[in-house]
Design a protein around this ligand. Structure first.
Ligand SMILES: NC(=O)c1ccc[n+]([C@@H]2O[C@H](COP(=O)([O-])OP(=O)(O)OC[C@H]3O[C@@H](n4cnc5c(N)ncnc54)[C@H](O)[C@@H]3O)[C@@H](O)[C@H]2O)c1
Length: 362
């Protein structure tokens, strides 16, 4: 097991445990579990039984009684109503400010359960246990919690750090290939925005990770999680420009995801958003054609299936202008100047966006 922690500016610690086949964690992190009166294990209703069994083995029922809560599958979980239902469940079971939520699942489970933890009794402790590839390299780390609103992604949410994030890559053994590929959408994002060492690790392991190779997956999770936690430690509340780089490809990606109405997994939408951002970066004269080619080849390597998105450019424009990061501009995107170097750009011409939109959905 590899444990690491980063210290945020106000001296709070972000802690993570990484590895494959981790031991029970209650004994490893006694400070987190001391004084906890009750534990609620939250998972997705479509998760395999093995996921729940492994999560329970990581947090065995000891002094504290466990309650179990199942969320609706995937994005259906991320509504204000589902957060209220989970809070009502906790209340009915007598959960107090000394209680703990363990969220074990994909990014939708950790986003929703983290959100509920942040509002229940003005905030109770939670532990994030991402079980999808995408969750272990990104969604389950860093304390952004969210629900969707009116068809737009992540419009309500909080910054609320888990007491611990646990990335056990043994969970990935039961993950279907389509979910590995979706996670690889976020993986190639890190290769585009991250430092050269991270890019090398990802490039070396990408095809093996896509085919489910255990050691390649563990190497990618360790490298990406370490990078993400360092970025979060430097800019926890997304105010200093560092954390915003993680949003590369996401403004367009979220729009594609919303337009597909549940038919496009998050990471695939992000991968198409990355291609969109690469085309805009090249055509705006920021990114050299040779660098574009290298970065775009990473998207090619994912062998994405056809996007199930209607090519409605007007709707796309309206969605990207609603993005949280638009900050009053007509549109605002994170672009790439070179591998590892991003730049924010606003009010980009529609003609340029249209070409990238068509290129991304091809
Ligand atoms: N908070 C953040 O910083 C952040 C960052 C990136 C993405 N996200 C959010 O994460 C979500 C996407 O996460 P996701 O890709 O994990 O999707 P998901 O939560 O929908 O999970 C995908 C599918 O994989 C299944 N699954 C999960 N773990 C499994 C396992 N070990 N074995 C078998 N099946 C398993 C789930 O049951 C689900 O059917 C989006 O809502 C996105 O907005 C959040």
């Amino acid at each position: 097991m590899k444990n690491f922690s980063s210290t945020i500016r106000d001296q709070r610690l972000i802690q993570a445990a990484l590895g494959r086949g981790l031991p029970p964690l209650t004994g490893e992190f006694p400070a987190i579990f001391a004084g906890v009166d009750k534990v609620c294990l939250v998972t997705g209703s479509d998760a395999p039984a093995s996921l729940r069994a492994r999560a329970t083995a990581l947090f065995p029922e000891g002094g504290q009684p466990h309650s179990y809560y199942w969320l609706p599958p995937s994005e259906k979980a991320k509504t204000l109503n589902e957060a209220a239902k989970l809070c009502a469940f906790l209340f009915s079971r007598g959960f107090s400010r000394n209680s703990l939520i363990v969220a074990a699942g994909g990014g939708t489970v950790t986003d929703l359960a983290g959100f509920a933890a942040s509002i229940y009794m003005r905030g109770i402790k939670w532990v994030s246990v991402p079980t999808s590839f995408l969750g272990q390299i990104d969604a389950g780390l860093g304390g952004k919690t969210a629900v969707n609103l009116g068809g737009a992604k992540n419009m309500l949410g909080t910054f609320y750090q888990p007491a611990l994030s646990v990335c056990d890559t043994a969970f990935l053994d039961s993950l279907p290939h389509a979910e590995l590929r979706s996670g690889a959408g976020e993986l190639v994002k890190y290769a585009m925005i991250g430092p050269a060492g991270l890019r090398r690790t990802i490039t070396k392991n990408l095809s093996h990770a896509l085919s489910g190779d255990k050691s390649a997956l563990t190497s990618c999770v360790a490298a990406c999680a370490e990078f993400k936690l360092a970025v979060v430690a430097g800019d926890e509340r997304d105010e200093r420009g560092m954390r915003e780089t993680l949003n590369f490809g996401h403004t367009a990606g979220h729009a594609f995801e919303a337009m597909a109405e549940g038919r496009l997994p998050h990471g695939e939408a992000v991968a198409r958003g990355l291609r969109f951002a690469l085309i805009v970066s090249r055509d705006a004269g920021l990114l050299k054609p040779a660098d574009f080619k290298k970065m775009d080849a990473l998207v090619d390597a994912l062998h994405l299936p056809p996007a199930k998105v209607r090519a409605d450019f007007r709707r796309f424009l309206s969605l990207v202008s609603m993005d949280k990061k638009a900050r009053g501009a007509g549109n605002r995107f994170i672009l790439l100047r070179a591998p590892g170097r991003t730049a924010a750009a606003r009010d980009i011409k529609d003609s340029l966006l249209k070409k990238a939109f068509e290129g991304a959905l091809k």
